[in-house]
Design a protein around this ligand. Structure first.
Ligand code: ADP
Length: 235
């Protein structure tokens, strides 16, 4: 199993943001859904070792997030919700910087591959700050996959993109999900239908559904995913 989470809890002050969740994930795309404030980003930050959990355990590719965080970081790529990029760097320069952090051998070859894969080719000679939102998102994705991690955590990777940009990023996620384990948070139900194999719905820090897309539909008498989401989280 690429990701294993057991009884994970995060309390900020008096606020329980994540409340004893357990789940696992393997290669494919797992939709991580829930209303704003449900605890999605917090879970993603814990899995990527950005913040510590309050209690519970989790592992990524067999490595414990608390005790083996360096190994976890080697095996995971993360596109945070508010992705801070180096705006003054050229696209290739920013990827070179990240390649250096990961100590990637033959960085130029790998950067060229990732530029091709993420469709950054036409914009590769610009500074990151000169790029449109869709292309900046591609830079974020390129950075996240540069070290070819087995697990990718993508926090609302398509928010704010226009329909054409959406299609491009979704195709890339689908392609990557053929070999990698991807946890994808999104509010767009169409996107879930287009790219996800399995779905977890989280509400007020607790998991209220964990199933395949088809399994979720079968259990809910084939009502739309949007209505399933509303029924499970509107309380
Ligand atoms: P989601 O990603 O599902 O929108 P979050 O994980 O961002 O939800 O937030 C879950 C809850 O935790 C929210 O009530 C949010 O206000 C709270 N929260 C998130 N980050 C912090 C923080 N750094 N300090 C205090 N509360 C936080």
């Amino acid at each position: 199993m690429s990701i294993r989470v057991e009884s994970l809890t995060k309390i900020y002050g008096k606020q329980k943001a994540v409340d004893g969740i357990s789940f696992s994930a393997q290669p494919g795309v797992l939709g991580f859904l829930g209303p704003n404030g449900a605890g999605k980003s917090t879970t993603m930050k814990i899995l990527t070792c950005f913040i510590p959990q309050t209690s519970g355990t989790a592992s990524v590719c067999g490595f414990d997030i608390e005790k083996q965080s360096l190994d976890v970081r080697k095996h995971i790529g993360y596109l945070p919700e508010s992705n801070s990029l180096y705006l003054d760097m050229y696209v290739k320069e920013s990827l070179g910087f990240i390649a250096g952090i990961h100590k990637i051998s033959s960085p130029e070859k790998r950067i060229a591959q990732v530029i091709e894969q993420t469709g950054l080719g036409p914009e590769q000679h610009k500074k990151v700050g000169q790029l449109s939102k869709g292309y900046r998102q591609r830079v974020g994705l390129a950075q996240a996959i540069l070290h070819d991690p087995e697990v990718l955590i993508l926090d609302e990777p398509t928010s704010g993109l226009d329909p054409n940009q959406l299609i491009g990023i979704r195709q890339l996620i689908t392609e990557l999900g053929k070999t990698k384990t991807i946890v994808l948070s999104t509010h767009i139900m169409q996107e879930v239908e287009a790219v996800c194999d399995n779905v977890i719905i989280i509400n007020k820090g607790k998991i209220v559904a964990n199933d395949s897309l088809q399994g979720l539909r079968n259990k809910n008498k084939d009502i739309s995913l949007e209505n399933i989401f509303i029924n499970l989280t509107n309380n």
